[in-house]
Design a protein around this ligand. Structure first.
Ligand SMILES: [Ca+2]
Ligand SMILES: [Ca+2]
Length: 411
């Protein structure tokens, strides 16, 4: 409270620009000031006066001191988040029959993902069966927790199989209710089970993507809710891509991250194609609107014969028209030719790259940066052993090109 009074005493008032409404303006009076801090404290203490989405200023799915800090930072720095009046979360609730599932939108935004599920249990239901909560059930990159009366098991999915990563005894008494939270920051998640006023928490590496879900396999009907939120939906920059966006030392995103740049939203999965990326972009747009959307897509689409492949081109054109209809600046990326070592096969994307270079839209010239050649090889030292991904040196060169062609990522 002392802190609150200090802030109020400062009485800093910054009037919002006439045409922008900011998320920090939680009480919607067109000013971001101490009154917003008072409003949010009132909501935290009493649960009244604001809607949940208005109070969750930073969009992480919780209303707490971090949102107060967001308002405070907005007042002090003058940098505020323009409100697009979208719900920055998704939720579903139902009484699930045994075998029933709650499922939210499929996308592959991973970092900063927050999943929260609640269950009303019936006597003994978890002695005979399980509930499963996570992302991507039956999908590549799925990761989820399967819970019974005694234990919680963490699974992840590869392209073809389900792998049990670890099993923990949770030590909770699961009688009336259970809540499950999975909070993923970057590539690690903290998992929390709560029941009867006790909690069990553990952390593990986490690369889960796909639709958030809850599955009832208890043999009994259960009341359940699932909630997904991600503060990255409020970012100005969205990156739509494939395995090139993995955070490892031979990917350009790693070197951009090393500079401390960001924040951005990254929606990516390995082998992503134009059609899948477009579908996920549409799902993500229900929860936010960026200023820039980067279309880093094409290397997994079919190779070109005498024109850009039609499905990639159709998806790319639709991506551009969605951007234009929503006031988003599209930024494209040229596609390196590859020589897939395992198949001894050239895959050329030259017509895609030519189309991008002459499209009139902004683009990042990755293909030029790494010296992509017509035979699928790249300049000396740039191409990794699989012929598709870069070496660390190639990734660094790509990062430099990204900063040159899209300097906004460093601002
Ligand atoms: Ca206000
Ligand atoms: Ca929040």
């Amino acid at each position: 409270m002392k802190h609150l009074l200090a802030i109020i005493t400062m009485a800093v008032t910054i009037l919002a620009q006439a045409d922008d409404i900011y998320r920090e303006d939680v009480n919607a009076d067109n000013a971001v000031n101490s009154a917003d801090i008072v409003s949010i404290y009132h909501y935290i203490l009493n649960g009244e006066g604001l809607t949940f989405d208005a109070a969750d200023v930073n969009g992480d799915g919780n209303v707490n001191s971090a949102d107060v800090v967001s308002i405070y930072n907005g007042i002090i720095s003058g940098r505020k988040i323009v409100n697009d009046f979208k719900p920055h979360y998704e939720t579903a609730a139902a009484t699930l029959a045994s075998g029933g599932r709650l499922r939210l939108s499929e996308h592959y935004v991973r970092k900063n993902s927050h999943i929260h599920a609640t269950l009303r249990l019936t006597e003994g239901c978890l002695s005979e069966g399980t509930v499963t909560v996570g992302r991507g059930y039956d999908a590549w990159y799925g990761a989820y927790l399967q819970i019974d009366a005694d234990s919680v098991r963490l699974f992840r999915r590869t392209e073809t199989e389900e792998i049990r990563v670890r099993t923990e005894a949770h030590g909770l008494i699961l009688a009336d209710s259970l809540s499950v939270s999975i909070d993923c920051i970057d590539t690690r998640a903290t998992m929390t089970l709560s029941a009867e006023g006790h909690t069990y928490t553990f952390a593990n590496s986490w690369n889960g993507g796909g639709a958030p879900f809850l599955l009832n396999q208890t043999g009994h009907p259960l009341q359940a809710t699932i909630f997904y939120a991600n503060p990255d939906f409020l970012c100005d920059i969205w990156l739509l891509g494939d395995s090139y966006l993995t955070t490892s030392g031979n990917r350009w995103i790693y070197y951009i991250g090393q500079h401390g740049f960001g924040p951005w939203l990254a929606d990516h999965c390995a082998a992503n194609t134009g059609e899948k990326a477009l579908r996920d972009f549409k799902a993500a747009l229900r929860m936010g609107t960026p200023r820039y959307a980067l279309w880093l897509i094409g290397i997994n689409d079919r190779g070109d014969i005498d024109a850009p492949t039609s499905r990639w081109l159709a998806a790319t054109k639709e991506f551009i028209s969605i951007c234009e209809a929503n006031g988003i600046t599209p930024v494209l990326q040229t596609i390196p030719n590859t020589f897939i070592t395992s198949l001894q096969q050239l895959k050329t994307h030259q017509y895609k790259t030519d189309w991008i270079r002459s499209s009139g839209y902004r683009y990042i010239d990755i293909a030029a940066a790494i010296g992509s050649r017509p035979d699928g090889t790249w300049a000396e030292g740039m191409q990794g052993p699989d012929g598709i991904h870069p070496t660390a040196e190639g990734a660094m060169v790509m990062a430099e090109q990204v900063l040159k062609d899209f300097p906004e990522i460093g601002e």
